[in-house]
Design a protein around this ligand. Structure first.
Ligand SMILES: *[C@@H]1O[C@H](CO)[C@@H](O)[C@H](O)[C@H]1NC(C)=O
Ligand SMILES: *[C@@H]1O[C@H](CO)[C@@H](O)[C@H](O)[C@H]1NC(C)=O
Ligand SMILES: *[C@@H]1O[C@H](CO)[C@@H](O)[C@H](O)[C@H]1NC(C)=O
Length: 401
């Protein structure tokens, strides 16, 4: 019987991957004798079929104006999906939310989206074991200049968010994104996701300050995220971590925006940020470089955030801003203690002459001495700005200048 022998072959090949109940199968006995019941045991067949004998087509290429629809429709049938010069119609999500485990998605050429005022997202990718790759020269152009009206998500034209990543045990490599109407990449409910070599270029939105709220990476409710070697040219946070644990942003460049931010944290369903590392990054032409925002009068925690080996230049407002009185804007009213900032480490922060003379080098507003504790600062050298007069409860290792 064809199916049965196929499954036997599969089981033999993948013996080492099969755990417990099928005790008879071990790597040492490559051709086990299986009963019918074992052959049809769903745990064996389902797990193994995906990895070894893949009934999906090897590679499917979708292109042009019908590409998005065919890709969405056939996504579960292809092991590799190539999106080549796909033109997504207006008001449509390029929807890859039903990918099977271990699918490879490759963008080639230029991907475009038609104009419509709506919420988006323009791109959604969901799954486990997914690899997303931008081929050499590939660009995802979201057409932001038609939307940019200086108002961002605060009014004016309704602007679609760009990319909702909902990925587990996955990677995204060398994706080049440009001209997002508002926020670029939303990493929400992701686990074990590595993003390497991503470019988000909204620099065309600088002229006339038309681009606004074009956050690079917004991260929430996600764990074990690594973003390595990203280049972000935008007009809002380069990275904003609102909740999540074990998040690393390294070897990156942030230009034109609001810098590397934690928060604002507080007032959402999940208000815990734990173990976030920003290492070996450059922040330039930005309003802030380092910013940790705890929303006033809320609860939660910000623990073990580290900024190391950071170089900042051309910072207009705050080189370093750590606040427990964020309220829809920086430094509003009196700092509170319900959302402690603990274990904040700054090491080797280079910013000599980096802050504009109208800005401030380092501003800290803590609700109490215990709500900002366990900090370690070393080699922090940020100058150029003026002293801020209203710092509160500044920990001994830190300074307000
Ligand atoms: C500093 O950054 C601003 C944008 O924030 C830019 O307009 C200006 O040209 C930059 N100056 C230098 C010297 O790079
Ligand atoms: C913070 O909360 C306290 C107690 O609920 C309240 O009295 C106070 O007005 C709040 N402060 C602000 C600025 O909202
Ligand atoms: C910052 O750098 C300047 C010049 O290199 C040096 O004189 C100063 O002591 C440094 N400050 C700190 C706090 O490291």
């Amino acid at each position: 019987m064809a199916i049965q022998s196929l499954l036997l072959g599969v089981v033999a090949l993948a013996g080492s991957a099969i755990a417990a109940p099928a005790a008879a199968i071990t790597t040492a006995t490559p051709t086990p004798t299986l009963t019918n019941a074992q052959v049809h045991a769903p745990a064996i067949t389902a797990d193994v079929a995906a990895g070894v004998v893949d009934k999906r087509a090897a590679a499917c290429t979708f292109s042009g104006s019908n590409g998005y629809a065919s890709a969405s429709k056939s996504q579960a049938a292809c092991a590799t999906i190539v999106l080549k010069n796909v033109a997504v119609p207006s008001g449509t999500t390029l929807d890859l939310s039903k990918l099977k485990k271990n699918t490879h998605v490759i963008f080639e050429g230029t991907t475009t989206w038609g104009y419509k005022e709506w919420a988006g997202p323009l791109l959604q990718i969901k799954g486990t074991g997914i690899t997303v790759t931008g081929a050499s020269g590939a660009v995802l152009d979201a057409g932001g200049s038609k939307y940019w009206d200086t108002k961002g998500s605060n009014g004016g034209k309704k602007k679609p968010k760009f990319f909702a990543a909902r990925l587990k045990s996955s990677s995204i490599n060398n994706l080049h994104i440009k001209n997002t109407p508002v926020q670029a990449v939303s990493i929400n409910s992701c686990d074990d996701l590595t993003i390497t070599g991503m470019t988000i270029d909204n620099s065309a939105g600088d002229s006339g300050n038309r681009g606004h709220n074009t956050d690079g990476f917004d991260i929430g409710r996600s764990n074990n995220i690594i973003i390595d070697g990203a280049k972000v040219y935008n007009q809002d946070d380069c990275v904003a971590v609102n909740s999540g644990t074990h998040i690393t942003f390294k070897n990156g460049l942030c230009s034109g925006g609001h810098g590397l931010s934690i928060g604002s944290v507080g007032g959402r369903d999940d208000n815990v940020v734990d173990t976030v590392t920003f290492s070996n990054n450059q922040v330039t032409k930005s309003t802030n470089a380092i910013r940790v925002k705890a929303t006033m009068n809320t609860t939660g925690k910000i623990n073990k955030v580290t900024y190391s080996d950071l170089t900042m230049s051309n910072i207009s407002k705050y080189g370093i801003l750590i606040e427990q009185n964020y309220k829809g804007g920086d430094l509003k009213g009196k700092a509170t203690s319900g959302l402690p900032i603990t274990g904040l480490t700054l090491s080797n922060i280079k910013g000599k002459g980096a802050v504009s003379s109208s800005g401030h080098n380092s501003v800290i507003t803590c609700g109490s001495s215990s709500s900002c504790s366990g900090w370690k600062w070393s080699g922090v050298n940020v100058t150029g700005g003026k002293k801020y007069g209203s710092c509160t409860n500044v920990p001994g290792v830190a300074f307000c200048t």
